[in-house]
Design a protein around this ligand. Sequence first.
Ligand code: AMP
Ligand code: MG
Length: 287
Amino acid sequence: MTVRIWGETERLNEVTQLIRTLDATLSAELETSDIYAINQNKNGIVSDLTIELINKALYYSAETDGAFDPTIYPLVCQWRSAADTPPTPNLEPIGYQNISISGDEITLKSESALDFGGIGKGFAAQKSVELLKESEVEAAILSLGGNVQTLGAKPDGSKWAIGIADPSAPNEHIAVVEFEGSMALVTSGSYQRYYEIGGEKYHHILNPKTGYPAENELASVTILTQNGTMADAFSTALFVMGLEKASEFWRSRNDFDAVFILKDGSIMATDGAALLLKECEFTVIER
Ligand code: AMP
Ligand code: MG
């Protein structure tokens, strides 16, 4: 992670501490985390921050009709542990309806398990920005592996300029987004992480309805919006939906924009995103 702050820089420690705490609380892999305990016991009391994240995750699951689903963990484990042949996905434990919340207590239906890999970084960036907003910080930019969030105007008067990775050469950018002020930009791409099974690559964004890696014309989706948590949940969800459903989803609401990189290298941008895109050719998706 990279955090850059202009103005009251003593806030930097608080932000890095917050991000470390979130990572330690929300990781499905760390044996000491809230989520690890819930996944083991299917029940438990969790911190306010964890409740807040679970509530948001449930909300975005419902909004995306389950394309984003934090109960994906059993499938992640199936894919991760397959060595020679791809697994036959077990969809039984999958479904955000399997999570219930009562006060600060979480209960899962048996066999369900949680994974906040699709929303956690965006939530961490969003909470960090909220923390910084309470102080006299002039401007900030946070970058958590593929998630970028800015706060305020860049102090030198120039615009923020954030690259979108080229899926076929992830260390280079295929486009640049230029804007003023606060925004979250979150990219989900099949190039970011994958499992190697029997010599084949299977990427890490799973379709909760099939249990297989989402296969469509997309190589990546970048969401542009004010809220980092939403940007992260939607980037994963729209990747699962594919271009046509994702475009329809965008038309059905007014709270984000998106840039789609297709497998053939072409770029499509919703009308709001199109106004900010530089250094590339693209097709505009109209309302
Ligand atoms: P992202 O990079 O934000 O798209 O998140 C991908 C990560 O989220 C994966 O590595 C999984 O841990 C998890 N994940 C995969 N598929 C989904 C899904 N459909 N909904 C929610 N989380 C997912
Ligand atoms: Mg995501």
